[in-house]
Ligand binder design. Structure first.
Ligand SMILES: [Zn+2]
Length: 472
């Protein structure tokens, strides 16, 4: 009898009844000191040690020391943000210490950053997390935090069991950034249909403010579920941190996808509850999660969808009235139609860094979404809509670990809707020189803007006006 030294990936093994590959689980222990800036990490590898450990390019600024533990003849060489490991025995451990130097001034722009806010600390994961450059599909990393008394941790990773300190990192690409926060907060769990959100509020807001932020995030997440009945992703890290810069309730916010989905919001806490409830930022960021991570240059789709949904979601969730939603959307289109008009929306998307062009991309993309929503409803006599196609995207395509191209996603949306609406509209609206024709859509929907205010009149598609915006 002959034994074959093969193993199968988990799903195939399950289907065939043959043995699955032994899944390797590397184990990291991260000790955090009382300043929260000094991290002592022990990384022990399950089986064969990786040949390289890598972090982000910023990490080389922070590494204090990196050394092998009981590695026999093995060696370790560090260059920038890469550590090369040679001749390590099986199950070897690498220990390293990191001294972070968080930003303390100015206002945050861009994505994850290591920043001190009050006594709490946000850390960009890639600043301190040195990990194998590539891992087989069955391999994962477990990270266990050892924290000073009174300190909690928030990570985008999946918590193990009920532990608040042990996580599985999962398989999103290393380049996808995320934030691990340490501080005196108590994470709050919010459950909405289809998802569990973990909210942390940085810099110990007073109890009344904490309650207000909790109501705000819960209300926004519930509003997002009005699109197709459930929240788009099953788990979400939400970080609310104060900032003194800017003039609006939420001067800066972004979505991150590394290790799991996250929405990070920088807020001006002196604004009142109704100002927060009527602000579009949080529903915009959450609406990004209806689509998988898209490639750079495809911002008309990545930003067009949340820019359209920010108003739809707020109206359906009762955060603003339908009139206000149509008004805001119209104002957005108006503000964008003459910006960068030598570019089509499609061309502008690949030049979005150029001054002012982002408006054309965001609102041109939003006009495309409204057009798609309306055309799907009209073609199906109201039986289908944008959300019907998106729900299939939730099932097939949100968990992938690669960045989609708009071309592929539009093809998927066409297939999900059983139409060519999405690709047709790319040609008709986004690749044409004039800004998408929102005036005609408003006319068909029976929304007339007089003196900046919407008036509802009759129109051939007026019945869909309510279907799109009325509170659910
Ligand atoms: Zn956005």
């Amino acid at each position: 009898m002959k034994f074959w030294l093969v193993c199968l990936s988990g799903v195939v093994a399950l289907a065939s009844g043959l043995p699955a590959c032994a899944a390797a689980l590397h184990k990291y222990v991260v000790r955090v000191d009382s300043t929260l800036e000094y991290l002592s990490v022990s990384a022990c590898f399950d089986g064969r040690a990786p040949q390289k450990l890598v972090a982000e390019d910023t990490a080389s600024l922070y590494i204090d020391e990196i050394r092998l533990r009981d590695a026999g003849q093995g060696s370790l060489e560090i260059s920038g943000w890469e550590a090369t490991l040679s001749d390590l025995p099986d199950n070897a451990c690498v220990d390293y210490d990191v001294k972070l130097r968080p930003v303390t001034t100015g206002a945050q722009q861009g994505g994850p950053q290591t920043r001190r806010i009050g006594r709490d600390l946000l850390t960009a994961i890639g600043d301190w997390f040195w990990r194998p450059v590539a891992m087989p599909a069955e391999t994962d990393i477990e990270v266990r935090f050892e924290l000073p008394d009174g300190v909690s941790v928030s990570a985008p990773w999946t918590a193990v069991g009920n532990s608040a300190r042990v996580f599985r990192v999962g398989s999103t690409p290393r380049k996808w950034q995320g934030v691990v926060a340490f501080g005196g907060f108590s994470p709050v769990e919010i459950t909405v249909p289809g998802a569990r959100l973990q909210l942390v509020m940085i810099d110990s807001p007073r109890p009344a403010l904490r309650d207000m932020f909790l109501r705000w995030i819960e209300r926004a997440a519930l509003a997002v579920t009005t699109i197709y009945g459930v929240f788009p992703v099953p788990e979400l890290q939400v970080i609310v941190a104060p900032t003194s810069r800017g003039s609006k309730p939420v001067p800066w916010a972004y979505v991150s996808r590394g290790g799991g989905s996250a929405v990070h919001l920088f807020v001006r806490p002196h604004h009142n509850e109704s100002e927060f409830m009527r602000d579009w930022s949080v529903v915009h960021e959450m609406s990004h999660l209806f689509l998988p991570y898209l490639q750079w240059g495809d911002a008309w789709l990545a930003e067009g969808l949340p820019t359209y949904f920010q108003n739809v979601v707020m109206a359906r969730g009762g955060l603003i009235g339908p009139e206000e939603a149509w008004r805001r959307m119209y104002a957005g289109f108006e503000s964008a139609k003459n910006v960068g008009s030598k570019y089509t929306v499609f061309e502008a998307a690949s030049r979005i860094g150029k001054r002012g062009l982002y408006r054309r991309v965001y609102w041109g993309g939003a006009a495309y979404m409204l057009a798609a929503d309306l055309r799907l409803r009209e073609l199906s006599n109201g039986a289908a809509e944008f959300a019907t196609a998106l729900l299939e995207i939730r099932q097939c395509c949100l968990n992938g670990n690669y960045r989609w191209s708009a071309v592929d996603l539009v093809a998927r949306l066409d297939a999900s809707s059983g139409t060519s609406v999405f690709s047709d509209l790319v040609e008709e609206q986004l690749k044409a020189r004039p800004f998408p024709d929102y005036e005609t859509m408003y006319e068909r929907l029976g929304v007339r803007i007089l003196g900046g205010h919407p008036i509802f009149v009759d129109g051939p598609a007026a019945r869909y006006r309510n279907a799109i915006m009325v509170p659910r």
